[in-house]
Structure formats: structure tokens, C-alpha cells
Write a protein that binds this ligand. Sequence first.
Ligand code: ADP
Ligand code: MG
Length: 468
Amino acid sequence: MSKKIDNSKWRDILSEIEKIVTGVSYRTWFLPLTPLEIDEKAKTISFACSDRFKIDVLNKQGRYIPIFEQCIDKVYGQPYKLELLYKTEEEIDKILNEDNDTNKTYHVYDPDESNEFKEEFYLNPRQNFDNFVVGANNNYAHAVCLAVAESPAKVYNPLFLYGGSGLGKTHLMHAIGHHIMEHYPDMKVLYVSSEMFTTELLQAIRDKSSTAKINNFKQKYRNVDVLLIDDIQFIEGKEATQTEFFHTFNTLYELNKQIVISSDRHPNKLTDLDERLRSRFQWNIVADVQPPDFETRVAILLNKAEDQAKEQNITIDEDFMEVIDLLAEKIKFNVREMESALTRIISFSKVFNQKITVKFAKENLKDIFSVRDVDITCETVKKAVCKKYNIKITDIESSKRKREFTYPRQIAMYLSREMTDLSLPKIGESFGGRDHTTVLHAWDKINKEIKTNQALADEIKELKEYIQ
Ligand code: ADP
Ligand code: MG
């Protein structure tokens, strides 16, 4: 006979688990689970998660099953066999809804556990799992990296990470490095950029006086337990480096050592790379990091701001929060840029001894809040056009039909439609209350004309640049 698992029991199990595993493992693998059923007769207990990958890792990795079972044993006072199942979100919702006692109350984890570990010069201590913000954009990559960090060379080997610049690939690699060094102190972990790998190789080859150098190089890279090699796209088109890396890869792989590779592109898109490497990169897991969505961007900025606030003695008040929102809105595709904007505004506020507000941010982060980002209105367009054609604003708004006025007027209408978000009637309104068909007609005329009239096309381009 099976019955629901008591929420209070689940809470107790979680707090037992929390005592044993690290904060990040607890949050990644255990908190997302939903308790299902316990069967007294069969002595089984089941849990589910809507993230198939996480269930796979838990089952495959094997590492957490005994810990989990041990905690269950402790709470129930007798052993149960654990079942971890994949369920869709709808199925889980249904299970949760049958249950009025909410499961959400468990999120009481306090991440303030100071993990100390050996600091190696090549691993940035600030880039660890604890301060990596997880969102839909990187959830999978994060989970894979954590699984690799927890069980090097046991679950996913090689691991290939790819994604655009500034999206956290290097951060994740450093996090893997820290985690392994902390939990497997005997393992030799080596992080290297592909550029450094190439430079070292070339230096070793160049030094023809002895073969010692090249042997040292080989020794260094083939004797590690974990090789983290960043930005592999760098070795595209570099044959000697590719050959050496190919041998390094094979040696490590055969010795069952963990290899983690990052790139700005999927292996298939590394067209200038030896086919043998490209296929090896896809032997196991290829995970991507995507640009974060708005909420994740805010979370990343807030995380960073809190760090700096502590160090620099500043408070994150409502004004500061508005700036964070604004930065998250403006900078969409690069976390590094977002962070640099935040750091700059914090240091400006110190230098000028001024509060961080939206106004202050706009004044001081000109590259981000360039004029282009100030809303363009019909007024800005009209002003620019009048200046160029040396006429008055009143002329452009009037109904004067002389060509010296009608032509700039049409150009201004065209640009207003192109460069503002205003509707045709609204544009008409600001040109002396004209009908929207007039605006449309003007737009149409100029639009056609610039295709054949290069001089006009140039003028329009120039005006656009001026207005922006
Ligand atoms: P990549 O190697 O993909 O170009 P990085 O790992 O260097 O990007 O990330 C750029 C910056 O953004 C780093 O300072 C990193 O700590 C930060 N960053 C990126 N993603 C996140 C994230 N999800 N949470 C916290 N910080 C992040
Ligand atoms: Mg990087």
C-alpha cells in the first residue's frame, strides 16, 4: 500500500541532506525534487523532477543515492529503496495540487557558507558555483558542469561547453576547477586558455636546443586528472597546435581523465578544425549557454551589486534597484558588459560622491545610454531637418506649398515614421495637424525616391546619423 510522503518528513529529509552535501548540490539536485509516494510493504519511496536531465544525473551518477537513502533511513527509522522518476511539469503540478500543504516552504537554505579551498593562480576565486546565477538560459550547462565537478571523469567526458562571449563559460570552468580541488584534493586540475596552450607549445617547439622543453610540455598536459581548456576556437587553422591537442586529448581520454572544453561555437561550426577533433568533441555532452532573460539579468546584477555593496560600503536602495533594472533592460547579450557597467557606475558614484540614481547612471554611462537611447520624437527629427535645410520649424509645420518647404517636410515625415515609434496619425498631428494619409504619402514618396536618387539617399543617411 502506498501513500503520500508527509511534507514534514520531506522537510526533515532535506535538512539531513543539507547537512551533508554542499549548498549548490543541495539546490541543484535536491530542492527541485517533488516527493511522491512511500510504500510500506514494498519498502520503496519515490521522488520526481520535471527536469529529465537532473533525474538522469542522480540515477546515473550514483553518488547521491546512498546519501539520499541514508537520510531517508534516518528520518523514517528504517531503510527504503529509492526511486527517482521523471515527470512532466503538468504531472507534478497535479501531484502538488492534490496536496494542499504547500511544498514551497522548504526554500530556507542559507547560502552563507564560506568554502575555503586552495587558491591556484589560474582560477579566479570569484568564479565559483555559489555565485553563478542559474536561469533558463544556462540551467542545463550549469547542471552538467556541476555533475562533472562532483564526479570527474565518471559521468560526462568530454564535456563541451559553447555559447557567445560573456555568457559565463569561463566562469563555469573555473567553478568546476574550484569544486574539484576542494573535494578531490589529490586530483591535478589544470585550467588553460587555448591561447596559452598555443603559446607554450610554440615556445617549446621553437627551442630547438633540447627536446626537454617539448617533453616538459607534453608531461604537463598529459599528466593531469582534469584539463579545462578554454576558447578552443582559438586553435582553428593552427595545425601544429591541433595535432598536439589531438594527442593530449587522446592520452587523457584513454587514461580516463576529465576533459572540459569551451568554445564560442558548436563543434560543427568550427569549420577550420581537424575533423577528428570536431567529432571527438561530440563524443559525449555538448551543452550551450544562451543569453540570460530579463529576470536572470537582474538576478546577476543584484548578486554582483550585493557583493560590491558589502565591500564598498554602499546601500542598495530603490534608486539603485532602478538602475539595475535599467542596465538589465539595456544590456541583453553580454553579462560581462553588464557587470562592467555596474562596476563603473559604483566607482563613479564614489569618485563624485553622488548617489546612484537613473539620472546619474545616464549621465555617466554614455556608451550605454547614448543619445540613440533617448527617445527620438518628431521634434528631434524636425529640428535636425530644419537645421539641414535652413528653414524654420514653423515652416515645416505650416501648409506652405513651396518646394523649399514641402520637400524637407516630406523628408521629416519619412524620418519620423522610420525613427520613432509613433503612429501615422500622431506624426500627422505634430506636422500642423495633417491627415495620416499625407504622412503615408510622404513616406512612400521618399522611400521610392531614395532607391534611385543617391544624393537623397546620402542626405537621409546623414540626417539619420545626426539624429541618432
Ligand atoms: P565567457 O567565458 O562565456 O565569455 P565569462 O565566464 O567570462 O564569459 O563571464 C563574463 C562575466 O560574467 C564574468 O565576470 C562572470 O562571472 C559573469 N557571469 C556570466 N554569467 C553569469 C551568471 N550566470 N551568474 C553570475 N555571473 C555570471
Ligand atoms: Mg571565456
